[in-house]
Design a protein around this ligand. Sequence first.
Ligand code: ZN
Length: 298
Amino acid sequence: MAALKLTESYYMKIYISADLEGINGICHSSQTQPTERGFERAVALLHQEVNAVIRGARLGGAREIVVNDAHWDMRNLESERLEPGTTLISGWQKPFSMVSGCAGAAGLASVASGPFDAAYFVGYHAMSGTARGVLSHTYRAKVFLDVSLNGQPVGETGLNAAACGWWGVPLAFLSGDDAVCEEAVDLLGPLECVTVKKAVSRYSAVFAPQEDVIAQLEAGAARALENKNRWRLFRPPSPSTLELTMLDPAMADGAELLPGVRRLSDRQIAVSHNNFSVLFNLMLAIGAIGEGRRDRHF
Ligand SMILES: [Zn+2]
């Protein structure tokens, strides 16, 4: 009897970072907040899309799949509602936030049997300041006006792809509105992107028929594993520099207290580091400090 010949991709380990703003059916911030009407439906749609991507990746040959819940308090996804056999990283605070676990472990907890072959970003959105991008923002919408990495404006796609790249994991797939797909291709080059909705403005979108979206996500997620030449390893150089424009100068005052943070202008700070994972954590810390400096009154 001939031995079963397994393709290389059969052994692949796939990491999925799942956000909510870039899911079909969502065009307003209220839909993304746990206390607001419409949130439960948004989370149901999130499960549908994440599950479609998992099924696709399995069709493409992935054997191990780890999903990191990457939205808000990061407790949106429920393990029993995901495709069987899926590992879920849930909750906040966790190291590296939206890309927690992509290095193979979340904190001290290992999440996979070995290094990931590729990362998938699902439900992603355009960077802060994008007028025609559904719910465009970068990490903390009320703190960061702009973020640039080594002089290049970046959003969550760029920052998270850089962190994955630092750990040697290429981005193989992205889904969201047409604005984030364009942003990803502009920054990284040809990449397997599935557009699930078309942005009209920051708060309006044209939603594709849901059954088409699910079919396209499945097909795209499978195709991504067949086309390794479209995988994008976005490895930031050493040292790398992040420039951050804060909403309020008081937020920059707070950030400046951290060692290594330089003040560029009233609103702007810069920080550099040889180790991108340290730089990424500094950005998260600066965001947390900024959040603490928010003025409730004006
Ligand atoms: Zn986000």
